[in-house]
Design a protein around this ligand. Structure first.
Ligand SMILES: C[S@@+](CC[C@H](N)C(=O)[O-])C[C@H]1O[C@@H](n2cnc3c(N)ncnc32)[C@H](O)[C@@H]1O
Length: 331
Protein backbone atom coordinates (compact mmCIF):
# COMPACT_ATOMS: atom_id res chain seq x y z
CA UNK A 1 0.00 0.00 0.00
CA UNK A 2 1.22 3.55 -0.75
CA UNK A 3 2.44 5.71 2.11
CA UNK A 4 0.43 8.89 2.62
CA UNK A 5 2.98 11.71 2.94
CA UNK A 6 2.95 13.48 6.27
CA UNK A 7 1.26 16.89 6.00
CA UNK A 8 3.56 19.83 6.41
CA UNK A 9 2.19 23.17 7.60
CA UNK A 10 1.87 25.40 4.52
CA UNK A 11 0.27 28.53 5.98
CA UNK A 12 3.18 29.66 8.18
CA UNK A 13 5.41 32.61 7.31
CA UNK A 14 5.41 34.71 4.13
CA UNK A 15 5.16 32.90 0.78
CA UNK A 16 8.30 33.82 -1.15
CA UNK A 17 9.04 33.20 -4.82
CA UNK A 18 12.02 30.99 -5.76
CA UNK A 19 14.62 33.47 -7.09
CA UNK A 20 16.36 30.68 -9.09
CA UNK A 21 13.32 30.38 -11.32
CA UNK A 22 13.67 33.92 -12.69
CA UNK A 23 16.94 34.81 -14.34
CA UNK A 24 15.83 38.15 -15.76
CA UNK A 25 14.97 36.69 -19.18
CA UNK A 26 11.47 36.17 -20.56
CA UNK A 27 11.52 32.42 -19.92
CA UNK A 28 8.27 30.78 -18.83
CA UNK A 29 7.72 28.19 -16.11
CA UNK A 30 7.40 25.42 -18.75
CA UNK A 31 10.65 23.58 -17.97
CA UNK A 32 10.08 23.64 -14.23
CA UNK A 33 6.50 22.40 -14.56
CA UNK A 34 7.45 19.59 -16.94
CA UNK A 35 10.01 18.37 -14.34
CA UNK A 36 7.14 17.90 -11.87
CA UNK A 37 4.65 16.39 -14.33
CA UNK A 38 7.32 13.92 -15.51
CA UNK A 39 7.97 12.80 -11.94
CA UNK A 40 4.22 12.64 -11.16
CA UNK A 41 3.62 10.58 -14.30
CA UNK A 42 6.38 8.17 -13.41
CA UNK A 43 5.00 7.74 -9.87
CA UNK A 44 1.47 6.93 -11.11
CA UNK A 45 3.03 4.50 -13.57
CA UNK A 46 5.20 2.77 -10.94
CA UNK A 47 2.78 -0.12 -11.02
CA UNK A 48 3.11 -2.80 -8.32
CA UNK A 49 3.27 -6.43 -9.50
CA UNK A 50 1.60 -9.14 -7.40
CA UNK A 51 1.48 -12.83 -8.31
CA UNK A 52 2.49 -11.95 -11.85
CA UNK A 53 -0.27 -9.33 -12.36
CA UNK A 54 0.20 -5.54 -12.62
CA UNK A 55 -1.91 -3.17 -10.46
CA UNK A 56 -2.55 0.60 -10.28
CA UNK A 57 -0.08 2.76 -8.32
CA UNK A 58 -2.07 5.93 -7.51
CA UNK A 59 -4.15 5.17 -4.37
CA UNK A 60 -2.36 1.82 -4.28
CA UNK A 61 -4.48 -1.01 -2.91
CA UNK A 62 -7.88 0.67 -3.31
CA UNK A 63 -8.87 -1.26 -6.46
CA UNK A 64 -8.61 -5.03 -6.64
CA UNK A 65 -8.38 -5.64 -10.38
CA UNK A 66 -5.12 -5.61 -12.35
CA UNK A 67 -4.45 -3.10 -15.14
CA UNK A 68 -2.05 -5.11 -17.33
CA UNK A 69 -2.47 -5.80 -21.05
CA UNK A 70 -4.50 -8.92 -20.42
CA UNK A 71 -7.03 -7.01 -18.26
CA UNK A 72 -7.15 -4.08 -20.69
CA UNK A 73 -7.95 -6.50 -23.55
CA UNK A 74 -10.71 -7.97 -21.40
CA UNK A 75 -12.16 -4.52 -20.75
CA UNK A 76 -12.32 -3.80 -24.49
CA UNK A 77 -14.01 -7.15 -25.01
CA UNK A 78 -16.48 -6.41 -22.20
CA UNK A 79 -17.23 -3.07 -23.86
CA UNK A 80 -18.21 -4.89 -27.08
CA UNK A 81 -20.32 -7.33 -25.07
CA UNK A 82 -22.19 -4.50 -23.35
CA UNK A 83 -22.70 -2.65 -26.63
CA UNK A 84 -24.26 -5.78 -28.14
CA UNK A 85 -26.33 -6.31 -24.98
CA UNK A 86 -27.77 -2.80 -25.27
CA UNK A 87 -28.72 -3.20 -28.94
CA UNK A 88 -25.50 -1.67 -30.32
CA UNK A 89 -25.95 1.47 -28.21
CA UNK A 90 -23.33 3.27 -26.14
CA UNK A 91 -25.98 4.67 -23.74
CA UNK A 92 -29.75 4.88 -23.39
CA UNK A 93 -30.27 8.43 -22.06
CA UNK A 94 -32.00 10.73 -24.59
CA UNK A 95 -29.15 13.24 -24.75
CA UNK A 96 -29.36 15.96 -27.35
CA UNK A 97 -26.32 17.69 -28.89
CA UNK A 98 -24.14 17.44 -25.75
CA UNK A 99 -21.24 19.87 -25.49
CA UNK A 100 -19.47 18.26 -22.53
CA UNK A 101 -19.43 14.57 -21.58
CA UNK A 102 -17.75 12.97 -18.55
CA UNK A 103 -16.86 9.28 -18.21
CA UNK A 104 -15.88 8.26 -14.68
CA UNK A 105 -13.58 5.21 -14.24
CA UNK A 106 -12.99 5.12 -17.99
CA UNK A 107 -10.65 2.06 -18.02
CA UNK A 108 -9.15 1.78 -21.51
CA UNK A 109 -11.15 4.85 -22.55
CA UNK A 110 -12.89 2.90 -25.31
CA UNK A 111 -16.37 4.22 -24.43
CA UNK A 112 -15.09 7.82 -24.27
CA UNK A 113 -13.35 7.48 -27.64
CA UNK A 114 -16.40 5.97 -29.36
CA UNK A 115 -18.69 8.63 -27.86
CA UNK A 116 -16.18 11.25 -29.04
CA UNK A 117 -16.60 9.86 -32.59
CA UNK A 118 -20.38 9.98 -32.29
CA UNK A 119 -20.33 13.58 -31.04
CA UNK A 120 -17.39 15.28 -32.77
CA UNK A 121 -18.51 18.70 -31.50
CA UNK A 122 -18.51 17.59 -27.85
CA UNK A 123 -15.56 17.62 -25.45
CA UNK A 124 -15.17 14.28 -23.65
CA UNK A 125 -13.25 13.83 -20.39
CA UNK A 126 -12.50 10.33 -19.09
CA UNK A 127 -11.05 9.86 -15.60
CA UNK A 128 -9.41 6.86 -13.96
CA UNK A 129 -7.05 5.85 -11.15
CA UNK A 130 -4.54 4.70 -13.76
CA UNK A 131 -3.25 6.17 -17.05
CA UNK A 132 -4.20 3.05 -19.02
CA UNK A 133 -5.75 4.94 -21.93
CA UNK A 134 -4.11 5.39 -25.32
CA UNK A 135 -1.99 8.50 -25.87
CA UNK A 136 -3.14 9.09 -29.43
CA UNK A 137 -6.82 9.93 -29.17
CA UNK A 138 -9.22 12.17 -31.10
CA UNK A 139 -8.73 15.87 -30.35
CA UNK A 140 -12.08 16.08 -28.52
CA UNK A 141 -11.20 13.36 -25.98
CA UNK A 142 -9.02 13.92 -22.91
CA UNK A 143 -8.07 11.62 -20.05
CA UNK A 144 -7.27 12.63 -16.46
CA UNK A 145 -6.06 10.72 -13.41
CA UNK A 146 -8.51 11.13 -10.59
CA UNK A 147 -10.03 9.18 -7.73
CA UNK A 148 -13.80 9.29 -8.24
CA UNK A 149 -14.29 9.02 -4.48
CA UNK A 150 -12.42 12.29 -3.86
CA UNK A 151 -14.31 15.59 -4.24
CA UNK A 152 -14.79 16.30 -7.98
CA UNK A 153 -13.12 19.53 -9.05
CA UNK A 154 -14.16 19.90 -12.70
CA UNK A 155 -14.34 23.49 -13.85
CA UNK A 156 -17.54 23.01 -15.82
CA UNK A 157 -20.73 21.04 -15.48
CA UNK A 158 -21.47 18.32 -18.06
CA UNK A 159 -24.40 17.62 -20.38
CA UNK A 160 -23.90 13.91 -19.86
CA UNK A 161 -22.18 12.04 -17.00
CA UNK A 162 -21.56 8.35 -17.66
CA UNK A 163 -20.40 5.81 -15.08
CA UNK A 164 -20.07 2.17 -16.17
CA UNK A 165 -18.87 -0.99 -14.46
CA UNK A 166 -17.47 0.19 -11.14
CA UNK A 167 -18.72 -2.93 -9.33
CA UNK A 168 -16.25 -3.85 -6.52
CA UNK A 169 -14.49 -0.47 -6.94
CA UNK A 170 -16.50 2.09 -4.95
CA UNK A 171 -16.86 2.47 -1.16
CA UNK A 172 -19.54 5.19 -1.09
CA UNK A 173 -22.03 4.78 -3.97
CA UNK A 174 -24.60 7.35 -2.76
CA UNK A 175 -21.79 9.96 -2.59
CA UNK A 176 -20.60 9.02 -6.10
CA UNK A 177 -24.12 9.48 -7.46
CA UNK A 178 -24.49 12.81 -5.61
CA UNK A 179 -21.19 14.01 -7.13
CA UNK A 180 -22.49 13.00 -10.57
CA UNK A 181 -25.66 14.98 -9.85
CA UNK A 182 -23.66 18.06 -8.86
CA UNK A 183 -21.52 17.73 -12.01
CA UNK A 184 -24.55 17.52 -14.34
CA UNK A 185 -25.95 20.66 -16.02
CA UNK A 186 -29.53 21.36 -14.91
CA UNK A 187 -31.91 19.79 -17.44
CA UNK A 188 -29.25 17.27 -18.62
CA UNK A 189 -28.57 13.57 -18.04
CA UNK A 190 -26.48 11.07 -16.11
CA UNK A 191 -26.34 7.32 -16.75
CA UNK A 192 -25.04 4.52 -14.55
CA UNK A 193 -24.54 1.03 -15.94
CA UNK A 194 -23.48 -1.75 -13.62
CA UNK A 195 -23.73 -5.39 -12.68
CA UNK A 196 -25.44 -7.43 -10.06
CA UNK A 197 -22.77 -10.12 -9.78
CA UNK A 198 -24.99 -12.68 -8.03
CA UNK A 199 -25.10 -15.79 -10.26
CA UNK A 200 -28.39 -17.68 -10.61
CA UNK A 201 -30.21 -20.01 -12.98
CA UNK A 202 -33.88 -19.84 -13.96
CA UNK A 203 -34.14 -23.64 -14.34
CA UNK A 204 -32.31 -24.68 -11.14
CA UNK A 205 -29.34 -26.04 -13.12
CA UNK A 206 -26.84 -23.94 -11.13
CA UNK A 207 -26.38 -25.59 -7.74
CA UNK A 208 -24.72 -24.59 -4.47
CA UNK A 209 -22.15 -27.38 -4.87
CA UNK A 210 -20.92 -26.12 -8.25
CA UNK A 211 -17.44 -24.59 -8.13
CA UNK A 212 -18.68 -21.52 -10.00
CA UNK A 213 -21.29 -20.91 -7.30
CA UNK A 214 -18.74 -21.44 -4.50
CA UNK A 215 -16.36 -19.07 -6.27
CA UNK A 216 -18.87 -16.25 -6.79
CA UNK A 217 -20.17 -16.58 -3.19
CA UNK A 218 -16.61 -16.17 -1.85
CA UNK A 219 -16.02 -13.34 -4.32
CA UNK A 220 -19.13 -11.45 -3.21
CA UNK A 221 -18.22 -11.92 0.46
CA UNK A 222 -14.62 -10.78 -0.09
CA UNK A 223 -15.72 -7.66 -2.02
CA UNK A 224 -18.19 -6.81 0.75
CA UNK A 225 -15.52 -7.35 3.43
CA UNK A 226 -13.38 -4.98 1.36
CA UNK A 227 -16.34 -2.49 1.56
CA UNK A 228 -16.74 -2.26 -2.22
CA UNK A 229 -20.19 -3.29 -3.38
CA UNK A 230 -19.85 -6.01 -6.06
CA UNK A 231 -23.52 -5.66 -7.03
CA UNK A 232 -24.44 -1.97 -7.24
CA UNK A 233 -26.63 -2.45 -10.36
CA UNK A 234 -30.06 -2.92 -8.70
CA UNK A 235 -29.49 -0.13 -6.14
CA UNK A 236 -28.55 2.68 -8.50
CA UNK A 237 -32.14 3.68 -9.32
CA UNK A 238 -32.67 4.40 -5.60
CA UNK A 239 -29.38 6.31 -5.31
CA UNK A 240 -30.30 8.43 -8.35
CA UNK A 241 -33.72 9.31 -6.97
CA UNK A 242 -32.23 10.13 -3.55
CA UNK A 243 -29.66 12.40 -5.22
CA UNK A 244 -32.48 14.36 -6.89
CA UNK A 245 -32.54 12.99 -10.45
CA UNK A 246 -35.95 13.00 -12.15
CA UNK A 247 -37.44 10.84 -14.94
CA UNK A 248 -35.22 7.96 -13.76
CA UNK A 249 -35.49 4.96 -16.09
CA UNK A 250 -34.16 1.52 -15.21
CA UNK A 251 -33.48 -1.33 -17.66
CA UNK A 252 -32.25 -4.77 -16.68
CA UNK A 253 -30.44 -7.19 -19.03
CA UNK A 254 -29.70 -10.88 -18.56
CA UNK A 255 -26.06 -11.86 -18.98
CA UNK A 256 -25.94 -15.62 -19.65
CA UNK A 257 -22.65 -17.31 -18.79
CA UNK A 258 -21.90 -19.18 -22.03
CA UNK A 259 -23.75 -19.66 -25.33
CA UNK A 260 -26.34 -21.99 -23.78
CA UNK A 261 -29.53 -19.91 -24.45
CA UNK A 262 -31.73 -20.82 -27.40
CA UNK A 263 -32.45 -17.17 -28.17
CA UNK A 264 -29.91 -16.01 -30.78
CA UNK A 265 -29.19 -12.61 -29.25
CA UNK A 266 -28.69 -14.04 -25.76
CA UNK A 267 -26.55 -16.84 -27.22
CA UNK A 268 -24.21 -14.20 -28.68
CA UNK A 269 -24.14 -12.22 -25.43
CA UNK A 270 -23.46 -15.46 -23.52
CA UNK A 271 -20.55 -16.38 -25.80
CA UNK A 272 -18.93 -12.95 -25.28
CA UNK A 273 -19.60 -13.22 -21.56
CA UNK A 274 -17.87 -16.61 -21.37
CA UNK A 275 -14.78 -15.25 -23.12
CA UNK A 276 -14.54 -12.12 -20.95
CA UNK A 277 -15.06 -14.24 -17.82
CA UNK A 278 -12.42 -16.79 -18.76
CA UNK A 279 -9.99 -13.96 -19.50
CA UNK A 280 -10.92 -12.09 -16.34
CA UNK A 281 -11.25 -14.86 -13.73
CA UNK A 282 -7.68 -14.66 -12.45
CA UNK A 283 -7.75 -10.86 -12.31
CA UNK A 284 -11.12 -10.74 -10.48
CA UNK A 285 -9.96 -13.23 -7.91
CA UNK A 286 -6.22 -13.12 -7.10
CA UNK A 287 -5.83 -9.89 -5.14
CA UNK A 288 -9.23 -10.14 -3.44
CA UNK A 289 -8.85 -13.73 -2.30
CA UNK A 290 -5.17 -13.47 -1.28
CA UNK A 291 -5.41 -10.15 0.57
CA UNK A 292 -8.98 -10.18 1.94
CA UNK A 293 -9.66 -13.90 2.43
CA UNK A 294 -6.04 -14.91 3.09
CA UNK A 295 -5.91 -17.65 0.43
CA UNK A 296 -2.63 -18.74 -1.15
CA UNK A 297 -2.24 -17.90 -4.85
CA UNK A 298 -1.95 -21.65 -5.61
CA UNK A 299 -5.29 -22.33 -3.85
CA UNK A 300 -6.91 -19.64 -5.98
CA UNK A 301 -5.53 -21.24 -9.17
CA UNK A 302 -6.91 -24.68 -8.20
CA UNK A 303 -10.39 -23.24 -7.58
CA UNK A 304 -10.27 -21.29 -10.87
CA UNK A 305 -9.34 -24.41 -12.86
CA UNK A 306 -12.59 -25.97 -11.59
CA UNK A 307 -14.60 -22.78 -12.20
CA UNK A 308 -13.38 -22.80 -15.82
CA UNK A 309 -14.79 -26.32 -16.24
CA UNK A 310 -18.17 -25.28 -14.79
CA UNK A 311 -18.60 -22.21 -16.96
CA UNK A 312 -17.95 -24.35 -20.07
CA UNK A 313 -20.46 -27.00 -18.93
CA UNK A 314 -23.52 -26.63 -21.22
CA UNK A 315 -25.76 -28.22 -18.54
CA UNK A 316 -25.14 -25.35 -16.09
CA UNK A 317 -27.34 -22.41 -17.18
CA UNK A 318 -25.78 -19.68 -15.04
CA UNK A 319 -26.50 -16.00 -15.56
CA UNK A 320 -26.26 -12.65 -13.81
CA UNK A 321 -27.77 -9.22 -14.48
CA UNK A 322 -26.65 -5.90 -15.92
CA UNK A 323 -28.55 -2.72 -14.98
CA UNK A 324 -28.76 0.58 -16.83
CA UNK A 325 -30.23 3.61 -15.05
CA UNK A 326 -30.45 7.11 -16.41
CA UNK A 327 -32.06 10.26 -15.11
CA UNK A 328 -32.28 13.98 -15.64
CA UNK A 329 -31.21 16.75 -13.28
CA UNK A 330 -34.15 19.14 -12.81
CA UNK A 331 -33.86 22.53 -14.54
C1 LIG B 1 -14.04 -2.68 -14.50
S1 LIG B 1 -13.23 -1.28 -15.10
C2 LIG B 1 -14.45 -0.50 -16.12
C3 LIG B 1 -13.86 0.49 -17.08
C4 LIG B 1 -14.87 1.27 -17.93
N1 LIG B 1 -15.79 2.06 -17.13
C5 LIG B 1 -15.64 0.36 -18.84
O1 LIG B 1 -16.83 0.13 -18.58
O2 LIG B 1 -15.05 -0.11 -19.84
C6 LIG B 1 -13.18 -0.21 -13.69
C7 LIG B 1 -12.24 0.97 -13.87
O3 LIG B 1 -12.46 1.87 -12.79
C8 LIG B 1 -11.22 2.34 -12.35
N2 LIG B 1 -11.39 2.74 -10.94
C9 LIG B 1 -11.52 1.94 -9.86
N3 LIG B 1 -11.69 2.69 -8.76
C10 LIG B 1 -11.68 3.98 -9.16
C11 LIG B 1 -11.78 5.22 -8.49
N4 LIG B 1 -11.94 5.28 -7.16
N5 LIG B 1 -11.71 6.36 -9.21
C12 LIG B 1 -11.52 6.32 -10.56
N6 LIG B 1 -11.41 5.18 -11.24
C13 LIG B 1 -11.49 4.02 -10.56
C14 LIG B 1 -10.24 1.21 -12.55
O4 LIG B 1 -8.91 1.66 -12.64
C15 LIG B 1 -10.76 0.60 -13.86
O5 LIG B 1 -10.14 1.17 -14.96
Amino acid sequence: MAQIPERTPNMEGPLEADPDLYDGSDSSLGDEVSKYTASLTSSIERYPIENGRRYHAFKDGSYVMPNDESELDRLDLTHQMLRITMGDKLFLAPINKPKRILDIGTGTGIWAIEVGDEFPDAQIIGTDLAPTQPTWVPANVKFEIDDAEDPWTFQHKFDFVHVRYLASAIVDWPKLVRQAYDATEPGEWAEFEDFDLKYYSEDGSLKEEHHVQKWISSFLKAAEDFRRDPSPGPKIEGYMKEAGFEDVQHEKYRMPVGPWPKDKHLKTVGAWNLVQLENGLEGFTLRLFTTVLGWKAEEVQVLLANVRKDIRDPKIHAQFDFHVCYGRKPK
